[in-house]
Design a protein around this ligand. Structure first.
Ligand SMILES: NC(=O)c1ccc[n+]([C@@H]2O[C@H](COP(=O)([O-])OP(=O)(O)OC[C@H]3O[C@@H](n4cnc5c(N)ncnc54)[C@H](OP(=O)(O)O)[C@@H]3O)[C@@H](O)[C@H]2O)c1
Length: 330
């Protein structure tokens, strides 16, 4: 498995398995397949509600001789736990659900914070459906507590997710243990050129989430939040991607993932289909040439390609740490 060295000194496999929206009943089949075909990196989060199911599969794998040190497991602090007093609590909960003693990577999932509904362990909402913003905390103070978790051995490395460049820099400048990973939306329609450049300068490895353009997200946002995204990019179906796919006799997904690997980012595609899980890591016996790389670079739509602007959390744009305020204004 190809890996990349993190600033923390640990190695992160460049292809991982995404698990957002992977239902607990699907997890057993998918994670088992993934481990069988060579995945060693699994991406989950407290609020994906599948950590326990992943933990059960890992337990079986360890029983059969699999070694903990061969795995790279990422989880994330939920947006309703973004306060220093909650970091250890939520990290411990993730560890307990996963049945692990430590994580390889723990990320602050989002820079903004919602109040917690203690009964449901979900973000608190107002009567009009808007989310209750918590304005009494900030990412730097949360980061201090993330660093404490490294010192206590609960996670090997720490990082950020969905932070914009300025927000990453703010944490970076105030950190004793620097963030070694930034997980952001990144695919051909949102190529994050400036953020990639910034992260390269600061030695932060980028993980590309939704590398295939998250085709299921549109329906999910409509069904769960009654939120519609006009102009939802069809990343897998783009004619240029299809053309290169035909020429290489590789699936469009493989072309998209290979492109991102060649840009130097880590990818975490999700699938509930064992065949696709297998194909999505079969990326190392072909490459895209300079011309194909250049052509794919022209598909970037900048911020217009963004799927996850989080506006489905009604009222989130009023939070001082909402990361995409500039994009809303332009
Ligand atoms: N940090 C964050 O805020 C954040 C946000 C979003 C996602 N993530 C992480 O990133 C992971 C990946 O992102 P994502 O799940 O949004 O989207 P994605 O990986 O871009 O796309 C997943 C979708 O593509 C389909 N798919 C997978 N492989 C395929 C293939 N070979 N050919 C055609 N279709 C294929 C899947 O359908 P089937 O399942 O039916 O195959 C699924 O609907 C997540 O699972 C999660 O771990 C993190």
């Amino acid at each position: 498995m190809q890996t990349v060295r993190l600033l923390s000194g640990y190695d992160m496999p460049t292809v991982g398995l995404g698990t957002w929206q992977a239902k607990p009943e699907e997890i057993e089949r998918v994670v088992t397949t993934a481990l069988d075909v060579g995945y060693r990196h699994i991406d989950t989060a407290f609020n994906y509600n599948n950590e326990e199911a992943i933990g059960s599969v890992l337990k079986e794998w360890f029983k059969k001789g699999g070694k903990r040190e061969d795995l790279f497991i990422t989880s994330k602090l939920p947006n309703f736990g973004n306060r220093p007093s909650d970091v250890e609590r939520f990290l411990n909960l993730s560890l307990k659900r996963l049945g692990l003693d430590y994580l390889d990577m723990y990320l602050i999932h989002m820079p903004f914070t919602f109040k917690l509904n203690e009964d449901t362990c979900t973000p608190a909402t107002n009567e009009d459906g808007s989310f209750v913003l918590d304005l009494n905390t900030d990412p730097v103070s949360v980061w201090k507590e993330m660093e404490e978790q490294v010192r206590k051995g609960r996670t090997k490395s720490i990082g950020l997710s969905n932070f914009n460049e300025k927000q990453v820099l703010n944490v970076w400048e105030n950190a004793q243990i620097k963030p070694s990973n930034l997980q952001v939306e990144l695919h051909v329609c949102l190529q994050q050129n400036s953020l990639r450049q910034f992260c390269q300068t600061h030695n932060i490895i980028i993980t590309a989430y939704s590398p295939l353009g998250s085709p299921g997200a549109k329906t999910h946002f409509q069904t769960k939040y009654n939120h519609n995204i006009e102009d939802f990019p069809d990343v897998l179906g783009h004619p240029i991607v299809q053309k290169i796919s035909t020429e290489h006799k590789r699936s469009p997904a493989q072309i998209l993932l290979r492109y991102l690997l060649q840009l130097g980012v880590v990818v975490i595609p999700k699938s509930k289909s064992p065949d696709r899980v297998k194909a999505n890591i079969d990326l190392f016996n072909f490459s895209l040439n300079e011309e194909e790389m250049r052509t794919l670079s022209t598909l970037d739509k900048g911020a217009r390609g963004r799927i996850f602007n989080f506006l489905f959390f009604k009222g989130v744009e009023n939070h001082p740490y909402y990361p995409f305020k500039d994009e809303l204004q332009s």
